[in-house]
Design a protein around this ligand. Structure first.
Ligand code: ADP
Length: 215
């Protein structure tokens, strides 16, 4: 089963993707995570994209399609892929369709996670992540434990905030979403692949709604 999670920054795609990985033996392909990993390891590409990412603009289609192509051809024994943060442009959506076709695979569902803009800003500016396992915390709804031990991996970890989780780059990211990514809603609706879930519900209710959409 191959699934895309679509939605604005802060909609909860990463959190839900991680849950689906555990439930369904899927591989999560997050271009955001891949690009951050490239930055951390200091590759030439990582250095090239750093400024673009910090400003909240989109990295070129060529780079992200290349990253996805590399991963899709790895035979990892999973039951499918969950795409999180990709595709983000119509060109990326077309490229993904072609890549899946080459592999003899289909796209089974695109789940649009809807969240209003004010909630996005509030979520993102309050967010931090366990540097060890990637578990996401929120200053208001799910604060980092006082003892500094992550509830997910059980390690005493560092909790980091993303460089682009500030109000300025968030505005740019939202604008990029509306200008470049939101046309994908119509694109996948027309292909009959789209389901919409209310991303403002609790995490468990969102998971249940996604499960229903995939049934
Ligand atoms: P979010 O969805 O929270 O904005 P991501 O982790 O998906 O964050 O992406 C972070 C940044 O990485 C984006 O703002 C963009 O600069 C870059 N990026 C990630 N995926 C893509 C993509 N598919 N196309 C272009 N740029 C991307």
């Amino acid at each position: 089963m191959n699934i895309i999670l679509l939605g604005p920054p802060g909609a909860g795609k990463g959190t839900q993707a991680r849950r689906l990985v555990e439930e369904r033996n899927l591989v999560q392909l997050s271009t955001g995570d891949m690009l951050r990993a490239a930055r951390t390891s200091g590759t030439e590409m990582g250095q090239m994209v750093a400024g673009v990412m910090d400003r909240g603009e989109l990295v070129t289609d060529e780079i992200v399609i290349g990253l996805i192509r590399e991963q899709l051809t790895n035979d990892d024994g999973a039951d499918g892929y969950i795409f999180d943060g990709f595709p983000r442009t119509l060109a990326q959506a077309d490229a993904l369709g072609d890549l899946l076709k080459e592999l003899g695979e289909d796209l089974d569902r695109v789940v649009l996670m809807e969240v209003d803009d004010e909630a996005l800003v509030a979520r993102i500016t309050a967010r931090s992540t366990c540097a060890n396992c990637g578990e996401v915390y929120n200053d208001n709804t799910k604060p980092v434990p006082d003892d500094g031990v992550c509830v997910s991996c059980g390690e005493k970890a560092e909790f980091t905030r993303r460089a682009d989780d500030n109000e300025d780059s968030l505005k740019t990211r939202l604008l990029a979403y509306y200008k470049q990514t939101s046309p994908l809603v119509g694109y996948y609706y027309a292909k009959d692949d789209l389901s919409t879930v209310d991303g403002l519900q609790s995490m468990d209710d969102v998971s249940a709604a996604i499960r229903a959409a995939l049934a």
